[in-house]
Design a protein around this ligand. Structure first.
Ligand code: ZN
Length: 313
């Protein structure tokens, strides 16, 4: 098979403060989270998920989400988003000044019931109510994340047809940005191509994004295949932090610095300063000594030929 790489810019969305921290048992105070996010902004990252507006008992790590949002209000030139599982989360996020709301639910019924306590159909009804309430406000953007889109630890394989049925219903709500999430790292490049190419073909007006975990070491391979299929928006977490508290065996997100390194070395612009990003990893290592940083690039460092250009003999 001949691969044709269409060059172009990509948008990397940092999910470390949300997906990365939600699986860490050590509670991170608001001032540390705010510093982490400000350091990410200084790297040139344009969009950052700052946390989730979920019930504190569900994910205690986010019990200080309102303080974090408050401490970031003065930040400019960056889109700060937060996850919301329901209308109450949307209301709280909006009242804290968060302008990009990410509603999430699982394609898999069982995972959704365990994760947010309702069926995907009930989540879709919730989404309709959120759209009615917030879409008329031009300052608010809504994105939908479809979890377990590449497989579920409880229900197994997820068919492309099942994803398309859900995407159709989400698109019918007026949502223009949908991310397919490989919550537990079941995806492989062939699956990625099949699902994204079907989505792009049938819903050309939707801006699809990819969210991969490196549970089985295929996150970067999946990222590249998604890029080759036409995807230009990718979630990633600094240091490879990450996981899902309700997805047994899930591990870190694809590391932001590895994704930046791969794209930039291929001549695909990310707008992110890689050296500054590695300092952010060092900051995480110092601030969260118990957190597992799975990034190979952080552990190995940049190659000593990085940035030196080519030598012609
Ligand atoms: Zn995730």
């Amino acid at each position: 098979m001949k691969l044709q790489i269409r060059m172009g810019k990509v948008k990397i969305i940092e999910v470390g403060p949300r997906d990365g921290l939600q699986n860490i048992h050590t509670f991170v105070p608001a001032d540390k989270k705010i510093l982490f996010i400000k350091k990410l902004v200084a790297c040139g990252i344009q969009e950052i998920q700052i946390g989730s507006f979920v019930a504190p008992h569900a994910i205690p790590q986010f019990r200080n989400i309102k303080d974090v949002a408050q401490g970031l209000k003065s930040l400019k030139r960056v889109v700060l988003s937060a996850l919301i599982p329901n209308e109450r989360g949307a209301l709280e996020a909006n009242s804290c000044g968060v302008k990009k709301l990410i509603f999430f639910f699982s394609v898999s019924r069982e995972h959704n019931c365990r994760n947010v306590g309702q069926t995907p159909q009930q989540s879709l009804k919730e989404l309709q109510r959120i759209c009615c309430a917030y879409m008329p406000d031009p300052s608010i953007t809504l994105r939908v994340d479809l979890a377990t889109a590449f497989g579920c630890p409880f229900s197994g394989k997820i068919s492309t047809a099942a994803i398309l049925r859900i995407v159709e219903k989400v698109a019918a709500c007026g949502i223009q940005e949908i991310t397919l999430c490989d919550t537990v790292g079941f995806g492989n490049p062939r699956m990625v191509e099949e699902k994204f190419s079907a989505c792009l073909r049938l819903f050309p007006g939707i801006n699809f994004g990819a969210h991969f975990h490196n549970t089985r070491g295929l996150a970067l391979a999946n990222t590249l295949r998604a890029y080759q299929t036409g995807i230009r928006s990718f979630d990633a977490a600094a240091g490879g932090l990450g996981g899902c508290p309700y997805a047994p065996g899930s591990s870190g997100n694809v590391a932001t610095e590895e994704m930046v390194f791969m794209f930039e070395e291929m001549g695909i612009k990310t707008g992110i300063d890689l050296k500054k990003l590695l300092y952010v990893c060092f900051f995480l290592h110092k601030t969260l000594p118990k957190a597992k940083l799975t990034s190979s690039l952080y552990l190995a460092g940049l190659p000593n030929i990085f940035d030196k250009g080519e030598i012609s003999c």
